[in-house]
Design a protein around this ligand. Structure first.
Ligand SMILES: [Zn+2]
Length: 437
């Protein structure tokens, strides 16, 4: 076997993706990670509750409720002539969330009751070094303040039942009752303390605050194992949350490097995609429409010219795609196998579960060709229901031309997903072409 070495800049870009995900164990942390990178690149934060003054060719971002973010660069040409160029993706991933009164006694142990967020593959959460990350609201003299928290060490676990008590697990698969069999083992009980008080004390220590200061929280479960390369040439990578932080990272990288974009370019990264996008900060909410309108107002673009701009705009909905896994051929449409490391996948669905149309597909092919990037086409099996993305929701709401694309990956919604090192650079270059054209 001869190994074709991968160019250092391609590996470096994939390494940066793994670091980006490792720094982002929850959607709130993902937005904080993105914000830090934007500040390093001189982007200015705007507040929705204040008036905006935008400079020609300026770089800005807006955060809504800590876990959705819109970042944009004002183009050199008039908005009405070019429209917006938008890449949409999502910051959330499926998994477990901690219930408000989660800590409880279970015989000799303190357990945390969990709620399922989106559609994770439950069995993949067993026997992992799990921890907690999210945000906590703390009492303060004026109004509550919301602080990020991440324990950064293995804190709790969902141990499998030994095969000696579950003899058919390999024949029947691991089935877990969502109410009774998912609570996470945290620690041995301390008889002197109520479970909730014990948990509050743990949180307070991590946040370096008084226990009484804790008012409420949203906490997610994450895997402390860091990202890794695999394969003889390290041509693959594995991490949590590739769906869809990989697309956020590619879009962010593309927006940061494009020089003097003629069009006003945006990235819109939404929370709540995995639970249907119906929220104030989700793709169905007002966040993106509000941001586009605010940009137009601040640039003194009139109502008529704003509508012209929308008509000229284009949305790339970037979300991960299903790579062919040869052990499970029955899962795939035989003529539409997406192969890892052979380029971004254009997703089509006649029922508009994906927003791609022939004309938007052709546009995306043009950007791939101009960037020298291969591309592939994907359609789901006709006898299995197809997933969806923010593409149809966002394009319907704003009347945008749109295409759904994504890099091929294995084990979507596992706590440990896997994808191709080359594809990440391919996608980034295609998005760069889109922003720069
Ligand atoms: Zn996704």
């Amino acid at each position: 076997m001869t190994l074709v070495p991968i160019a250092p800049e391609i590996t470096g870009h994939a390494r940066d993706l793994l670091d980006f995900i490792d720094a982002s164990p929850s959607p709130w942390h993902a937005v904080a990670t993105i914000e830090k990178r934007l500040q390093d690149h001189g982007f200015q934060r705007l507040e929705e509750a204040q008036s905006w003054l935008l400079q020609a060719e300026g770089n800005y971002y807006v955060v809504r409720d800590q876990s959705s973010i819109v970042l944009f660069r004002i183009g050199s040409r008039p908005l009405a002539e070019t429209g917006f160029r938008i890449v949409g993706a999502h910051t959330d991933s499926p998994g477990f969330r901690i219930k408000p009164r989660a800590p409880h006694r279970a015989e000799t142990m303190l357990r945390l009751g969990v709620e399922i967020y989106g559609g994770p593959i439950l069995a993949t959460f067993t026997d992992r070094d799990l921890s907690l990350a999210g945000r906590v609201s703390l009492r303060s003299p004026s109004s509550p303040i919301s602080k990020l928290v991440c324990f950064e060490r293995a804190l709790m676990r969902l141990p499998n039942l030994a095969i000696h008590m579950n003899r058919t697990v390999n024949e029947e698969g691991l089935k877990l009752n969502k109410q009774t069999e998912l609570p996470l083992l945290l620690c041995n009980l301390e008889q002197a303390l109520e479970p909730l008080d014990q948990f509050h004390a743990l949180l307070a220590t991590e946040l370096a605050c008084e226990t009484e200061a804790i008012m409420s929280w949203e906490l997610g479960v994450y895997d402390t194992q860091q990202g890794a390369f695999w394969g003889p040439a390290e041509e693959f990578l594995a991490n949590s949350q590739l769906d869809n932080l990989a697309s956020c990272h590619a879009a962010l990288a593309a927006l940061l490097v494009v020089e003097n974009p003629p069009c006003t370019c945006l990235c819109a990264f939404f929370d709540h995609e995995e639970i249907g996008s119906q929220s104030a900060k989700g793709a169905s909410g007002s966040f993106l429409p509000d941001m586009l309108e605010r940009i137009a107002i601040a640039l003194n673009v009139g109502a008529e010219a704003y509508k012209q701009a929308l008509a000229r705009s284009f949305l790339i909905s970037a979300d991960m795609a299903h790579a062919y896994q040869p052990n499970f051929p029955m899962g795939y449409e035989p003529e539409h196998k997406a192969v890892v490391n052979q380029g971004p996948v254009i997703k089509t669905n006649a029922g508009q579960r994906y927003s791609t149309l022939s004309v938007s597909e052709a546009e995306f092919i043009g950007w791939c060709e101009a960037a020298g990037v291969p591309y592939q086409r994907y359609a789901h099996r006709s006898d299995i229901p197809c997933g969806s993305t923010i593409g149809p929701i966002t394009s319907a709401r704003l009347g945008l031309r749109s295409v759904d694309v994504g890099n091929p990956m294995w084990a979507m919604h596992s706590i440990r997903e896997s994808a191709g090192v080359l594809d990440h650079t391919y996608m980034t270059r295609a998005l760069e072409q889109f922003f720069g054209g």
